[in-house]
Write a protein that binds this ligand. Sequence first.
Ligand code: F6P
Length: 337
Amino acid sequence: MKVGILTSGGDCPGINATIRGVCKAAVNHYGMEVYGIRNGFRGLLDDDIVRLDNNSLTGLLNLGGTILGTSRVKPFKRRGSGAFSEDKPAILLQTIKDHQLDCIVCIGGNGTQKTAARLAEMGVNVVGIPKTIDNDVWGTDVSFGFDSAVSIATDAIDRLHSTASSHQRVMVIEVMGHKAGWIALYSGMAGGGDIILLPEIPYDMHRIGDAIIDRLKRGKPYSIVVVAEGIQTLGGKKAAQYIAEEIEYETGFETRETVLGYIQRGGAPTAYDRNLATRMGGHAVDLIAQGRFGKMVALRGDSIDSVALSEVAGKLKLVTEEHDLVVQGRHMGICFG
Ligand code: F6P
């Protein structure tokens, strides 16, 4: 059995641990051959494929990024005319055939799982593994990378507290998450944010201003505001810049902004992410060995399971008002907008 493996979309901590998990289970336990496809789906278009063996895996468990490289190439994206550029799907199929790959493991976020579902429709044996710091892949409770990003963002919020209180300022910190507020919610709550703004919950600038002034009246002349990058703003402004300007206007408080950016995606995965990545990688190989294709590995509660790629494709997992961290946050007086 020849297994191809690729990593596609934005990188995150834990991808290399997953590659290691897939390879070790495939090679050592099942006696399969594993081939690394470089730079996501671009590697299938460029015929850029290398054999992976135990020697390729040294030091991968805690290494950030992806040793295979990644790209945001979308082979099924049509041109304006409706035609595929250069008939990319046909090139993909040919490369898979040329290398006699029996199946492809696609490690990636929503876009990757959508492409994986299209490949499955075309008869390719595919298994998806969810990967994103954003935690917005539908069908899995958690994706690896999320815990690492939350831990980095929480550390940053902790550090902003001391400078905010020393200078009696409002500190606005923008975290990633694309259209979802998971990183903002989890890091904001863990970091003791006073105001947490998520794309899923509409906000009102007057209420935010009142919350900051209320804190001053309670003897707290500083505030920490955690904003997700995906919140609505006016004038095409970035989240942190817009909210910081509006807070100064509403309250007259000196306000500073911090955009955490790609630091959230870099470096070593947390222990939780290493283990989740290892479990998901191993489960993907079990599915392959059982001939159960067209599926994405998923965490459900405490167990690793799988879900049909056709069910995952095109959906987003967003924060809801009913999420217990939102409910508990509201009980604690945190302003969600
Ligand atoms: O999907 C992960 C993510 O880091 C998002 O949080 C962010 O919006 C996006 O990728 C940034 O993408 P790029 O790497 O293309 O700048």
